[in-house]
Design a protein around this ligand. Structure first.
Ligand code: NAD
Length: 479
């Protein structure tokens, strides 16, 4: 891997105007792996102007040709999944064996939206005989995409692919904690035939690069994935410009296990629901609600399964890697301290994971809390680490009430063999996704997004494509 990464602007690696770089670390051992260009407003301005200049020609290519190029980009990412995955593993920490799957899912976004590009159609209205009214679905122009560190390439691809398919050009600002694979995608896009300026990547910190991107007058839409506090700031900046935003934010998702559930499937998947990617997934099922008759047995078995999970860089899936950066590692351990202070019981875990090959990395043991109350911080706030709480319940109504007792509404799970109950509960949960008898899914075609404070708008699926377009009404009066 190269040891320095520049911005990618107008089809070429571009030095930061400040001449400054920052270090990026491997969370498996906290070694420095590369220097990343430290962007500022001047770099953002160059990238946005390149994107604006490229817009007309990109749109004029037509949907079929744009789609063909995006599918080619998907194919190249897929071919290079092993190399990109190894880089993602070093930069973000996901164990090596887990990365090819998530890189393939990233590639699929380009394949899927490449195929969907020609399906973006307008409508003809019935209206009155002396008039014709039709609609056109037009791109916004330059879309700014700001992403977090927990699944860097996947989150970037998820917004880039529909934005580009709809005829927009993009400037992507990846997280300062894990930028490399997003920069790589710029270069792979050039190889795939994406014209210069259509995809630009500016690396750097939120205030230095993210804010100028949101505030730039030539940026017409922002797709943001990240935390609620940053999402709120971006929402305010966008409101001042009267600019649409998609906000994909955090969660504290309930996973409800009824007494008739298939426990052979429910126990490992409930565990996977909050330890996958070391708990650093927005949709993690971190509040596991278990019906009282099976609660004690469930708790015993999930703790035993947690203790069996392999941990480390080369661990075999399902497994845990490190927390992606020191800031987040300390935040997770501080939540564990708050749990102790507030009187929760730590059924298993609760400390850093140490031992063979782990001592220099940011590893934390998979952790299960019991004896929690609804006001504890570990029950109300997103930890974003490998930790879940177990909460007993008696009735379906009580489960729904507990599930909805949160400011968040991103995701949820229901485990039951009773089809009627599955549909009843799915309808009553206030969340953008309800999994039934499973948890987590990397399909590109099912929409994701938040109810309540978990966000605004949807990514993935057909719905996301429409959110990267604006509708124009053309009304013709016949003479
Ligand atoms: P974050 O909000 O700290 O940062 C996200 C991005 O915003 C980064 O690129 C950062 O540099 C940028 N940023 C920070 N301050 C900014 C500012 N003032 N102006 C413009 N940009 C700014 O989030 P994070 O810690 O990187 O990611 C973790 C969070 O992301 C969690 O809350 C998680 O739930 C959420 N997330 C949500 C989804 C989803 O689809 N809903 C997916 C993944 C992660």
């Amino acid at each position: 891997m190269q040891d320095r990464f520049e911005h990618f602007i107008n089809g070429v690696p571009t030095y930061p105007s400040s001449g400054e770089y920052f270090d990026t670390y491997d969370p498996h051992d906290e070694s420095i792996i590369a220097q990343i260009a430290k962007g500022d407003a001047a770099d953002v301005d160059a990238a946005v102007k390149a994107a604006a200049n490229a817009g007309e020609a990109w749109e004029a290519l037509g949907a079929i040709e744009r789609g063909r190029i995006l599918k080619q980009l998907g194919a190249l990412i897929s071919e290079r999944a092993a190399e990109i995955g190894a880089t993602e593993s070093r930069d973000m920490g996901m164990p090596g064996q887990a990365t090819p799957g998530i890189i393939q899912a990233s590639a699929q976004f380009f394949d899927y939206y490449g195929g969907l590009a020609p399906s973006l159609m307008g409508e003809v209205m019935p209206t009155v005989p002396e008039k014709m009214i039709y609609t056109r679905r037009e791109p916004y122009g330059v879309v700014g995409i700001i992403t977090p560190w927990n699944a860097p390439l996947n989150q970037a691809a998820r917004s880039m692919a529909p934005a580009l398919a709809a005829g927009n050009t993009v400037v992507v600002k990846p997280s300062e904690w894990a930028s490399i694979t997003t920069v790589m995608i710029g270069e792979i896009a050039k190889e795939a035939g994406v014209p210069d300026g259509v995809i630009n990547v500016v690396t750097g910190f939120g205030a230095d690069t993210g804010t100028p991107l949101v505030e730039h007058p030539l940026v017409s839409k922002i797709a943001f994935t990240g935390s609620i506090p940053t999402g709120a700031k971006i929402g305010e900046m966008a409101a001042r410009k009267i600019m649409p935003v998609t906000l994909e934010l955090g969660g504290k998702s309930p996973n409800i296990v009824f007494e008739d559930a298939d426990l052979q499937a429910a126990i490992p998947m409930a565990l996977y629901g909050f330890i996958a990617n070391s708990g650093q997934i927005c949709t993690s099922g971190t509040r596991v609600l278990v019906q009282r008759p099976i609660y004690d047995d469930f708790a015993k078995h999930i703790a035993a399964a947690a203790e069996q999970l392999p941990i480390g860089r080369e661990a075999t899936f399902p497994c845990l890697g490190p927390i992606a950066n020191r800031m987040q590692y300390e935040k997770v351990l501080a939540y564990f301290d708050s749990a102790r202070a507030e009187g929760a019981t730590i059924l298993t875990g609760g400390t850093p994971a140490t031992g063979d090959g782990l001592d220099n990395g940011l590893y934390i043991k998979p952790t299960v809390f019991t004896d929690v109350t609804m006001d504890m911080r570990i029950v109300r706030e997103e930890i974003f680490g490998p930790a879940g709480v177990l909460i007993p319940f008696d009735t379906e109504e009580q489960a729904i009430a507990i599930a909805n007792d949160t400011d968040y509404g991103l995701c949820s799970g229901v485990w039951t063999q009773n089809l009627n109950r599955a549909h009843r509960v799915a309808a009553k949960i206030k969340a953008g996704t309800v999994y039934v008898n499973t948890y987590h899914d990397q399909s590109v075609d099912g929409p994701v997004g938040g109810y309540k404070r978990s966000g605004i708008g949807r990514e993935r699926g057909m719905q996301a494509l429409s959110q990267y377009t604006q509708t124009k009404n053309v009304t013709i009066q016949f003479s």
